[in-house]
Design a protein around this ligand. Structure first.
Ligand SMILES: [Zn+2]
Length: 340
């Protein structure tokens, strides 16, 4: 018997998936991801820093239904933007490959021109993520979060401080009046704390493990120190006692969320005992409370060093799901106060 379905099968167009996509247009990801394949092509050898996670995440998101239009490719940041945070001397050393042996050692990554490209591109990625977050409520950088970079040197896998540069640029352009950095990576955000110290337009929050790197922890606006063995309960109790209160008090026009996967119980670099469930709740609190108040959120990935990269990827995907839900629950954006 001839049916419309048989007709479509015969002519092969439009296909069933196409018709379904017309009838039920996919709006699975109501925001953009910023991603470049150059992120995972960084040659680091057998290093604990898992650049592979960037590619795996991109692939997983495509499989979950993200379309081409969900991804935006970053350009390297301009030197003008980088120099708002980093010293001219340090930038020159990076560009000419003249870091001292000690400076390369504290970076803990093999120095190469590719690393310099990666650093500038990652900063460009977080700038683009901040711009997208301001226009769409939420944006996720499948990279970034290099919070151990100081104005005059890099440390602990971090060459340039992408979040600080993006924050300064948004403010310089008058797109925001003030911003908050919510740093939930396992490690204290020493570089960010140091760069933004004493700047009334920036509030830095860091919740981290005390008895690991960095040994010296320059004060953030608010530091929450936890210890080896602390788990979901104490972590989440701390978070709940400060959010949404901090958002309500400081009223940022933009939040940078460093959603590190390294507080996870299997992580090789830390001793906090957070479960994946605990990390999901962390994401929910940070993201939903900000969105509920209409504050745009730029998410960056930061660290994650579980032996199985699948664990790291699944934790980052959970953050993305939490961002999706937070955006869906509260799509509106509170207008930024006029710049002063
Ligand atoms: Zn970390």
């Amino acid at each position: 018997m001839f049916t419309p379905e048989r007709f479509f099968d015969m002519v092969g167009f439009p296909s069933r998936p196409m018709i379904l996509s017309w009838l039920f247009p996919r709006r699975k990801f109501p925001f953009r991801f910023v991603y470049s394949k150059d992120y995972w092509m960084l040659p680091v050898g057998k290093h604990v820093f898992p650049v592979r996670k960037y590619r795996l995440l991109h692939e997983r998101l495509l499989a979950m239904g993200a379309g081409r239009d969900n991804f935006r490719q970053p350009s390297p940041a301009s030197d003008e933007d980088v120099l708002r945070v980093h010293t001219a001397r340090y930038v020159k050393k990076l560009k000419t490959g003249t870091l001292s042996g000690l400076e390369q050692q504290v970076l803990e990554l093999p120095f190469s021109p590719a690393l310099v490209h990666f650093a500038w591109l990652s900063v460009g990625g977080t700038i683009l993520t901040a711009e997208l977050a301001l226009s769409e409520g939420v944006a996720v950088h499948l990279g970034g979060g290099f919070h151990h970079a100081f104005p005059d040197h890099g440390e602990g896998f971090c060459v340039l401080n992408d979040v600080a540069v993006a924050l300064e640029k948004m403010r310089h352009q008058g797109k925001i009046r003030k911003a908050m950095v919510v740093d939930c990576d396992l490690h204290q955000g020493n570089g960010t704390a140091s760069i933004l110290a004493g700047k009334p337009y920036a509030f830095t929050f860091s919740i981290h493990q005390m008895d690991i790197y960095p040994a010296a922890k320059p004060p953030s606006s608010l530091d929450i120190g936890l210890w080896t063995g602390d788990g979901d309960e104490s972590y989440l109790a701390q978070l709940r006692s400060h959010f949404p209160k901090l958002y309500e008090q400081f009223q940022p026009d933009l939040v940078f969320y460093l959603a590190g996967a390294d507080p996870y119980q299997e992580d090789q670099l830390g001793g906090l005992r957070l479960t994946k469930e605990g990390l999901r709740e962390r994401d929910r609190i940070v993201l939903e409370e900000a969105r509920r108040l209409g504050i745009p959120v730029a998410v960056v990935l930061a660290g994650g060093y579980a032996p199985d990269p699948e664990d790291v990827v699944s934790i980052h995907l959970n953050t993305i799901r939490a961002a999706q839900k937070a955006r869906r629950l509260s799509p509106g954006i509170r207008p930024a106060a006029p710049s002063v």
